[in-house]
Ligand binder design. Structure first.
Ligand code: B16
Ligand code: MG
Length: 223
């Protein structure tokens, strides 16, 4: 689109914010296995279908959802969160650069080549460790993670914090997300959402692709 036409509608994009778990790497599966093990140990009902709703949610929110109506005090909550996290972290032990999802690194590099900034917007408190294991930390201009804000996705705070770190306006950002809660967060932030996964999960995004290696960046940036 010619430069002058962009003055009329939205501004040209200046940044892409990538979710981590389920977009850059498939740690979504490790989160699921960690919750499943905890649920089995605690005698709580849990399965893959229930897990879908937890994608992108913070550790605490996920546990509260898993517990449902069960009354649990703060010490117990902490113990369970630590247990799940220890299972999750153990499963990351053998993670290496080969564990980036197909097309993920190419997509980040394509965005950078076009002169746009790139950030991570992940609910995870383990995001930096995962990025280090993937040897991708240095590729991002900013990292907003589970330590950055109090209100996790679907609140817009995390993506707004990422935009602030990049020094760009929300309307200049595209978010790539695999979670319903993450798409909600991007929309609430006033950003353009690209959903990765089935329509039942991310069909409310502005653009949707089945997998990261199918993202048509040209179409997204110039829609
Ligand atoms: P942690 P994302 C999210 O990461 C995961 O999707 C979600 O399953 C997890 O509960 C959350 O991080 C918190 O992770 O327990 O490591 O702090 O998808 O926003 O990159
Ligand atoms: Mg995710």
């Amino acid at each position: 689109m010619p430069e002058h036409q962009q003055d009329v509608g939205r501004p040209a994009y200046r940044a892409v914010i990538f979710d981590l778990d389920g977009v850059i790497t498939d740690t979504a599966e490790f989160h699921y296995l960690g919750w499943q093990r905890l649920a089995d140990e605690e005698g709580l009902a849990f399965d893959r279908a229930t897990n879908e709703a937890l994608r992108g949610r913070s550790r605490r929110e996920s546990l509260l959802a898993l517990l449902g109506d069960a009354a649990v005090d703060e010490d117990e909550l902490e113990r369970m969160m630590q247990a799940k996290n220890s299972y999750y972290v153990a499963s990351l032990e053998t993670m290496s650069p080969q564990d980036a999802l197909p097309g993920a690194v190419d997509l980040v590099d394509d965005v950078r080549r076009r002169g746009l900034k790139v950030a991570i917007g992940s609910s995870s408190k383990n995001a930096r460790m995962v990025l280090d294991k993937l040897e991708l930390t240095g590729r991002f201009d900013a990292i907003a993670d589970g330590h950055t804000v109090d209100d996790a996705k679907p609140a817009p705070d995390l993506f707004l914090a990422a935009a602030q770190l990049l020094d760009v306006a929300p309307s200049e950002c595209v978010v790539v997300e695999d979670a319903a809660s993450g798409v909600d967060a991007a929309l609430a932030a006033g950003m353009t959402a690209v959903g990765i996964g089935p329509a039942e999960r991310v069909g409310h995004a502005h653009h949707r692709f089945d997998a990261v290696d199918e993202v048509d960046l040209e179409a997204v940036l110039h829609a």
